[in-house]
Design a binder for this molecule. Structure first.
Ligand code: FES
Length: 346
């Protein structure tokens, strides 16, 4: 994973609990920070107490604007970095930022009519995707159903309004508020809201692609409705913002010898098979790529060349990819005494 120190150009408040951070991209890094709409970056931040935090954030602006913009919502339950971002970060600060990555991307070649369902900070990549969809073709259109507690908690509210003004005939935005009846829908985005919003815009057959971004129940509900009403699985893209509580325990025993191919170098690691492969590598000081460490972001994907490993959580890889030997190393435990993994050919 390649990190580069980037200077913060500005920090703008979006809501009482969220900020937008804009990084300057120096000319010599413009190729490294080229991205596709929907991708994310990982920030590597060392706190005053010396703790290193890695967090992934989706990019909310458009490619080739010379800047990189992310939205950070302050989370509860001891989420240290989001609190620092909301309370302390300021213009001029330097932060290590990874080159953009992620497979939740919009490609205009796949279609120009898009439906998107997002909740809370899930709007961040969708904003980039929405602008790209609308600029991709003069007849392209997007329906966005956005869930929040109320109007005050909408991230990028003014950018969304601006988009509505610019593309009033091609951008349909519907708000679902869970604690206010001032939106188009009341309550969390559920089956009835999904069905109603689709029907009002001509049904699922009017859309080529779907983008879903938010917590797991939202993704599951939307996927179920879209599939049941005829959208092909390959046309439904999703990005989870929280790790699933559900996990499948992997029973392992003894020691494992791991051969690691990373950045054209080979490393050998020995450790307890009951530890996650990524943890074993990091303990040995190997700079393996990672971000969420929860099976949601895909930063840590590698390919098994020899041996076997199983994952406890996986919200990224398809069955086909797993069958082809891909694993999330942050969730994988070796189930054979030797294991060879390759981070370079993924
Ligand atoms: S580090 Fe995010 S899926 Fe492994």
């Amino acid at each position: 994973m390649n990190f580069h120190p980037l200077k913060i150009h500005s920090v703008d408040r979006l809501t009482p609990k969220a900020v937008s951070i804009q990084f300057e991209i120096p000319e010599h890094l413009s190729a490294a920070f080229d991205f596709l709409p929907g991708q994310y970056v990982t920030l590597n931040y060392t706190t005053k107490t010396g703790e290193t935090l890695r967090r992934s954030y989706s990019i909310s602006n458009l490619p080739k604007e010379g800047v990189l913009q992310i939205g950070v919502k302050e989370l509860e339950k001891g989420a240290v970095f989001s609190a620092i971002a909301n309370r302390e970060l300021k213009a001029g600060d330097i932060i290590e930022v990874s080159e953009p990555e992620g497979r939740f991307v919009f490609d205009a070649a796949d279609g120009s009519n898009v439906v998107a369902f997002a909740a809370g900070s899930g709007v961040t990549p969708i904003l980039s995707i929405a602008r790209s969809v609308l600029e991709s073709h003069r007849n392209s259109r997007i329906l966005l159903v956005l869930g929040n507690t109320d109007a005050a908690s909408i991230m990028y509210s003014s950018s969304l309004k601006e988009l509505q003004r610019t593309y009033d005939d091609r951008f349909v935005l519907k708000h679902a508020f869970s604690r206010s009846n001032e939106g188009d829908y009341f309550g969390r985005i559920d089956k009835s809201i999904i069905n109603h919003s689709l029907k009002a815009e001509g049904g699922v057959s009017s859309f080529d692609l779907a983008y879903l971004c938010g917590p797991e129940p939202l993704i599951h509900e939307c996927k179920a409705v879209l599939s049941a009403t005829g959208m092909a699985e390959k046309s439904i893209h999703f990005e989870l913002f929280t790790a699933s509580e559900a996990k499948q325990e992997v029973a392992t025993e003894g020691e494992v010898e791991i051969k690691v191919i990373l950045d054209d170098k080979t490393y050998n690691v020995r450790g307890n098979a009951d530890e996650f492969v990524l943890d074993l590598l990091l303990e040995e000081g190997i700079d393996a790529p990672y971000s969420c460490q929860g099976g949601t972001c895909s930063s840590c994907i590698c390919k098994i060349q020899e041996g076997a490993a199983e994952m406890e959580r996986n919200q990224v890889l398809t069955d086909k990819e797993i069958a082809n030997g891909f694993v999330l190393s942050c969730q994988a435990k070796a189930t054979t005494p030797t294991l060879t993994i390759d981070y370079d050919n993924v």
